[in-house]
Design a protein. Structure first.
Length: 300
């Protein structure tokens, strides 16, 4: 019996990659869902449904139509500055909708795989965070994502939470870019770019997120997994890697401190995630940052 998989947030950067990859596997019957129409119709062997998962009636109709065995939730309000200024909207998408998804998965005996973030941690360390470390978010985006994790675990008895960080890769028209794309675009246009030099992240190639999520589909246990890259670098160092691999002008990269960036919303200084649990229990093997950048930009 083929598993029926529902990918929510399927127009988003990460959701689209998961949708496309899973739709190539004959073991699955895949449905994508997003608030808006399919941004890349005909790009894979899947069906697509437009629905607002924040509306209980639409979410209920979606489950009745698809009858999924596995629900992968990649949808989120994920811009920290926006979340900081729009608490009610952030709660609706990142907390309440997740709770409803978990409730419906439980009622229909479906597995819920919910994507979360490194921003659930406060960054007051220089050691990689593990899945058993205590979250303590420093901004409202992180607060809502942590609440969403808790809703998933409390309301669904068959779940996995995948924390990801700085996901990068080639984007489709209509999708938000990522910091690596922004760096490459600016340098190719001979424009300067300011990048923060004292915030550390474990940047993740989007194909590796998809790989990790597929492993979680058939994993028999519940729990949290860090699905991200294996190298923890500052954003500035990541930008320098992009310049190096693409042979672009280093001098256009302007490293600045968090204080100098004068960001309105606080970010964790260090949010590197350990992937040892995912390596050990899932056989997860991410690309190196260099490999991921080369794949993203088709560098031979």
């Amino acid at each position: 019996m083929k598993k029926k998989i529902l990918v929510i947030g399927a127009n988003g950067f990460t959701g689209r990659r998961i949708l496309n990859d899973l739709s190539r596997n004959d073991e699955y019957i895949v449905t994508g869902c997003s608030l808006h129409d399919d941004i890349a119709p005909g790009s894979g062997n899947y069906r697509f449904i437009s629905a607002d998962i924040c509306q209980m009636g639409e979410q209920s109709a979606l489950f009745r139509e698809v009858r999924p065995n596995v629900v992968i939730n990649t949808s989120a309000l994920s811009v920290p500055d926006y979340c900081e200024a729009h608490h009610e909207e952030a709660d609706s998408v990142n907390v309440n909708a997740v709770g409803q998804l978990a409730f419906r998965c439980e009622a229909s005996a479906a597995r819920l795989i919910h994507l979360s973030t490194d921003f659930v941690f406060n960054g007051d360390t220089m050691q990689l965070y593990t899945e058993v470390d205590t979250p303590d978010p420093v901004n409202y985006y992180g607060v809502t994502k942590l609440k969403g994790e808790k809703r998933a675990a409390e309301l669904c008895s068959n779940y996995a939470i995948a924390r990801v960080a700085v996901v990068y890769g080639a984007v489709l028209p209509g999708q938000h870019g990522n910091v690596l794309q922004l760096v490459a675009d600016r340098l190719r246009n001979n424009e300067e770019i300011r990048v923060v030099s004292d915030q550390w992240r474990t940047a993740t190639y989007v194909g590796d997120v998809s790989q990790g999520i597929e492993k979680l589909i058939n994993y028999p246990n519940n729990g949290i997994f860090h699905i991200c890259g294996s190298e923890c670098l500052t954003i500035a160092d990541i930008a320098y890697r992009v310049a190096d691999i693409l042979n672009l002008d280093y001098s256009l990269i302007l490293p600045v401190t968090t204080k100098q960036m004068e960001e309105a919303t606080p970010r964790p200084r260090f949010s590197g995630l350990s992937i040892e649990k995912a390596r050990r229990e899932l056989g997860y093997q991410p690309h190196t940052l260099e490999e991921g950048i080369k794949l993203m930009f088709n560098v031979v």
